[in-house]
Design a binder for this molecule. Structure first.
Ligand code: NAD
Length: 264
């Protein structure tokens, strides 16, 4: 068993990898020898990330992909696999946040949230599983859950519902994928100070009628053991461990990385 160099020459596709957590995961995989596919809605930003990692393009490829589009996911993953030599690791990470109380939440925003978080996870999983099964060299599927895969917070109904749903999807993929050596796991981060969270601070301040400083200390980090944000690298190192793990012993699991906010 060798976790240490498990990414060497693997091909990893990360959705939402032009920014934030996804970008750091792609960087850590790249630094550990993987070929990486930066799949994102924002092609220009994805191309900038790919050329930042590898200006030659040999080991980093940008792909335009809206994860809610069946056509774009299927075409983007097929093109990436053809160019990079298959897909060994999928990180289904693309996500957004829209906050508001349930009684006032628009149906269109509800559907938008579920489309990105759940439809996107399903579509990318389906496309990658077909390749992984055909390649016959196993694989690893990692879903970006959240502490909100386990816990609830006010104002986040569709996010909490979708992130809980990812654990169900993961468990089914773990059972179906096992015969093909494909593992599936969920990472559940606490608050990470990316653009997604920066946007929420003033929104929650307005919705809850408290200061932005109080949103951070009394809402976001209130239940952590040390009042600290989780970092993109904390999450990326967990992804590296899960992606590199060599056997079906670690599958169907959800790992919380949250400074103790949530303890199982
Ligand atoms: P981010 O806003 O920094 O980056 C998200 C990326 O996803 C962007 O590059 C964006 O262009 C891309 N994207 C958005 N919609 C897309 C779509 N339809 N198709 C393809 N790409 C799309 O966000 P982040 O904080 O890095 O979040 C990444 C994931 O981590 C999300 O699933 C989020 O729910 C999860 N998460 C974040 C935190 C946190 O505190 N930041 C905590 C737990 C879980």
């Amino acid at each position: 068993m060798n976790v240490a160099n498990g990414m060497q020459d693997k091909v990893a596709l990360v959705t939402g990898a032009a920014n934030g957590i996804g970008k750091e995961i792609a960087k850590v995989f790249f630094d550990n020898g993987a070929r990486v596919v930066i799949a994102d809605l924002n092609l220009a930003a994805a191309q900038a990330v790919a050329s930042e990692f590898d200006p030659t393009g040999a080991r980093a490829l940008a792909v335009a992909m809206d994860v809610t589009s069946e056509e774009q996911v299927d075409a983007g993953i097929a093109a990436a696999a053809a160019r990079m030599g298959g897909i060994d690791v999928l990180v289904s990470n693309a996500g957004i946040q829209i906050v508001g109380p349930v009684d006032d939440f628009s149906f269109s925003d509800w559907k938008k949230m579920l489309a990105i978080h759940l439809d996107g996870a399903f579509l990318t999983t389906r496309a990658c599983l077909k390749l992984m099964y055909a390649q016959q060299r196993g694989g690893s599927v990692i879903y970006m859950g959240s502490v909100h895969s386990k816990e609830a917070s006010k104002l986040k109904a569709p996010y909490v519902a979708a992130k809980h749903g990812l654990i169900g999807l993961c468990k089914v993929v773990a059972k179906e994928g096992a015969a093909h050596g494909v593992r599936a796991n969920v990472i559940c981060p606490g608050f990470v100070r990316t653009a997604l969270v920066e946007k929420q601070i003033p929104e929650q301040s307005a919705a809850l009628g408290i200061s932005e400083a109080d949103v951070v200390s009394k809402v976001m980090l209130k239940d952590t053991v040390d009042g600290e944000f989780t970092t993109v690298n904390d999450v990326a190192q967990t992804a590296l461990f899960l992606a590199s793990f060599p056997t079906n012993a670690l599958t169907g699991q959800s790992i919380v990385v949250s400074h103790g906010w949530f303890m199982q």
